[in-house]
Write a protein that binds this ligand. Structure first.
Ligand SMILES: Cc1cc2nc3c(=O)[nH]c(=O)nc-3n(C[C@H](O)[C@H](O)[C@H](O)COP(=O)(O)OP(=O)(O)OC[C@H]3O[C@@H](n4cnc5c(N)ncnc54)[C@H](O)[C@@H]3O)c2cc1C
Length: 301
């Protein structure tokens, strides 16, 4: 079970973003190599793995259920005394050291492994164009900018309810557009809209949310997805269509930034995710060693 983010220090050698098979395998290797690292994830690690009814291609465990394998992964990292910190990274500023931003908190890391999986949801029309100009992924981070203003929160999961409740204390109006069933803890001041988003409208800034039959006049739109598109998380990251471009060391186009798992592209398979996670960690360790004492280059293993 992920722990609260209060435990975060101000700086780490390595930050692993994502607690699916790729992130967990990376953490295991970082732990074995005795690195100063942090493993960041969501409240429920890898909903994808949990949904797999039966897995036939995980070596040594024929016909295992996804949820059972997930539990085994979590117990394994727990046995190794690895803590999963419940912290959603919403933005990363260039480095090294990189600055990782999230709700109410930021911290630094010399190296990062992105293991965020892939987002199955497409971007909304207008989202990319208005990002940073009224469109954001963390309402509580930008809250003060929207004092006495009107905002909409589009959410694919219950996490959005906490964000909406927080904004209800600050904003003159908060709309909530859920893309899931059963709202559980929403403040009565938040107005729920059942429509589906057609477009986020604006020019220099967000002006309106188009729900087809209804137009909401808003100053900000926050989108809460399980996984943010990688290129929105950090600028300058080279992509190959929707996948993060990596070499065989799982290095991305940015120094000290590695990526592993579904976020590096197909095949979307457990064995690839875990294998890449472990490999990325070993190369990140080597990178960190070189940072401390740059010397002649030697093969990793
Ligand atoms: C129904 C189904 C059946 C499947 N069956 C099989 C199968 O039989 N065999 C097989 O090999 N594969 C199967 N897969 C695919 C397999 O589940 C994925 O390939 C694997 O889970 C990918 O692992 P990952 O670590 O890359 O990403 P994920 O498992 O998606 O994990 C990513 C994690 O990172 C977290 N995260 C994302 N962004 C952030 C952020 N910004 N900050 C903090 N945390 C973040 C997410 O919440 C999530 O917990 C199946 C998938 C599905 C959906």
């Amino acid at each position: 079970m992920p722990e609260d983010f209060q435990t975060i220090k101000s700086r780490y050698e390595l930050a692993i973003v994502g607690c699916g098979p790729a992130g967990l395998a990376a953490a295991l290797n970082a732990k074995i190599r005795k690195r100063d690292f942090i493993l960041l994830g969501s409240e429920f690690c890898s909903p994808k793995l949990s949904k797999a009814p039966q897995i036939d291609n995980w070596l040594g465990f024929p016909e295992i259920g996804g949820e059972e394998l997930r539990q085994r992964f979590l117990s394994h990292v727990k046995e190794q005394e690895i803590t999963i910190v419940n912290f959603k990274v919403t933005n990363i500023y260039p480095g090294p050291p990189y600055t990782l931003m999230g709700k109410d908190k930021s911290f630094e890391a010399d190296a990062i492994i992105l293991a965020t999986g892939v987002s199955v949801e497409k971007l909304f029309p207008g989202e990319a164009e208005l990002l940073g100009r009224g469109v954001g992924y963390c309402a509580t981070c930008d809250g003060p900018l929207y004092k006495n203003k009107s905002v909409a929160i589009i959410s694919y999961n219950k996490d959005g309810e906490d964000e909406a409740n927080f904004m209800a204390d600050i904003c003159s109006k908060v709309y909530y557009i859920p893309y899931y069933k059963e709202i559980s803890r929403l403040d009565p001041r938040v107005e729920v809209k059942k429509g589906k988003v057609k477009r986020i409208v604006g020019d220099s800034n967000v002006k309106q949310l188009d729900l087809g039959e209804e137009q909401l006049a808003v100053d900000g739109v926050f989108i809460m997805r399980e996984t943010l598109p990688a290129e929105q998380l950090i600028s300058g990251l080279e992509m190959d269509e929707a996948a993060i471009k990596v070499n065989h060391k799982l290095e991305t186009s940015l120094p000290g930034l590695f990526a592993a798992g579904d976020c590096t592209g197909q095949p979307f398979q457990l064995i690839k995710a875990a294998g890449e996670g472990g490999t990325a960690a070993l190369h990140a360790v080597k990178y960190l060693d070189n940072l401390k004492s740059p010397g002649p280059k030697v093969p990793i293993l």
